[in-house]
Design a protein around this ligand. Structure first.
Ligand code: BGC
Length: 372
């Protein structure tokens, strides 16, 4: 009883203390309070925890902006924070959100252990949960919203095959720079591109080269890993399957030192400004555009229904958690491959601004390539 009272007092204090700051609780400019039901201990908010701001442009820029817009449009109060790559901080943020009375918690986990711990705490407090973009293995979230991540990997594999064909490469040695081994998405991306590349290894047209994962998608570590691959093969790598634009850029930086950028095709993902500029410069062969606006809107739609006590309809789409065997109600979106021929799509969609992509030395490249 005493604990319960103390908890209620804590909730009351947090609610009062949080009112002034609730438009931006973490001071990073990403917070939002749409102005729906607020105040009072029972009203709650929707809590969102994003993973970091260094492994992809999306987490610091695209997702917070698009999620905020979706919740604001429905006038549902939002507390959105970023764990800055720190698992302990991820858990701490979740604990304080749960203590402050969030009704729904949406997380992008940093690893299955901390991700699962947070989902268990939320469940114990009666908070509904959504795995956003990354499935928490054996986590038991109520819902999962993401892309068809095997399809993302397939586009990367096919993109690399196409770039090598355009370069008329003979028996190319292909290196894999995979995402974090603790991110289920990285496993799915790899399943997608391995399926494409394995056919080439089997028919003898490609050679399998070094294949390594990058801890926590750390871009700096990716540079070290790729530099080692490059040295160990006697600088003989002919193509790089990099799992996202950040890892791709790390490989490009290494290739630049030997003036092999643009000669060795490199893939990516996320249609980041850097990735698109690398494509314009001819250093990156493709990226994968995931319409994060749709992902954010789909997740917000589920969260808002749960917030209002309604049951969302995911139209029978389920994803099997490979660890627990449970089926998680899901929304899965389709990715698009982007290369030098269709960068305009990403700009037309408003995902990136032309002036950001075509800044400085990229202005001339944009003109040459008909970027509108
Ligand atoms: C996301 C990618 C992102 C990567 C690194 C993955 O889980 O799906 O979009 O590039 O994490 O942050």
């Amino acid at each position: 009883m005493r604990t319960k009272m103390a908890a209620l007092v804590a909730v009351g204090l947090l609610t009062l203390g949080g009112t002034a700051a609730c438009t931006d609780d973490d001071g990073d400019g990403a917070g939002s309070n749409g102005g729906g039901p607020r105040g009072g201990t029972g009203s709650g908010k929707v809590g969102v925890i994003l993973p970091d701001t260094t492994t992809s442009q999306r987490w610091g820029t695209d997702d917070p902006k698009l999620l905020k817009a979706a919740f604001d449009a429905a006038d549902v109060p939002l507390d959105i924070q970023n764990a800055q790559g720190d698992k302990a901080k991820f858990v701490q943020i979740a604990e304080s959100m749960i203590a402050s009375g969030v009704k729904v918690l949406m997380t992008v986990n940093l690893d299955p252990v901390s991700g699962k711990a947070v989902l268990a705490k939320a469940k114990a407090a009666g908070v509904k949960t959504i795995d956003y973009d990354r499935l928490t293995l054996n986590g038991g979230a109520n819902y999962y919203v993401s892309f068809d991540n095997v399809a993302v990997g397939k586009l990367q594999g096919e993109g690399l095959v196409k770039c090598l064909a355009e370069k008329k490469a003979k028996l190319p040695l292909v290196a894999d720079l995979n995402g974090s081994p603790t991110d289920n998405n990285a496993t799915l991306f790899k399943a997608g591109y391995d399926a494409v590349l394995q056919q080439r290894y089997d028919d003898g047209s490609f050679l399998k080269g070094p294949d390594q994962s990058v801890t926590d998608w750390n871009n700096k570590e990716a540079g070290v890993v790729f530099a080692e691959m490059w040295q160990q093969t006697g600088k003989r790598i002919d193509a790089v399957l990099a799992a996202n634009d950040g890892l791709g850029n790390a490989a490009i930086e290494v290739l630049k030192k030997d003036k092999k950028n643009g000669i060795v095709p490199v893939t990516g993902q996320d249609a980041t400004i850097q990735g698109l500029q690398n494509i314009l410069a001819g250093d990156q062969c493709m990226t994968v555009y995931k319409e994060i606006k749709k992902e954010a809107e789909a997740a917000a739609d589920l969260a808002i229904k749960l917030y209002k006590g309604e049951k969302p309809d995911t139209k029978g789409v389920v994803v099997k958690d490979p660890e627990s065997g449970a089926y998680v109600e899901s929304v899965l979106l389709l990715p698009t491959a982007i290369d030098i021929t269709n960068i305009n799509k990403v700009i037309k969609d408003g995902f990136v601004e032309k002036k950001a992509v075509c800044a400085g030395r990229f202005a001339a490249l944009c003109r040459e390539n008909g970027i509108k």
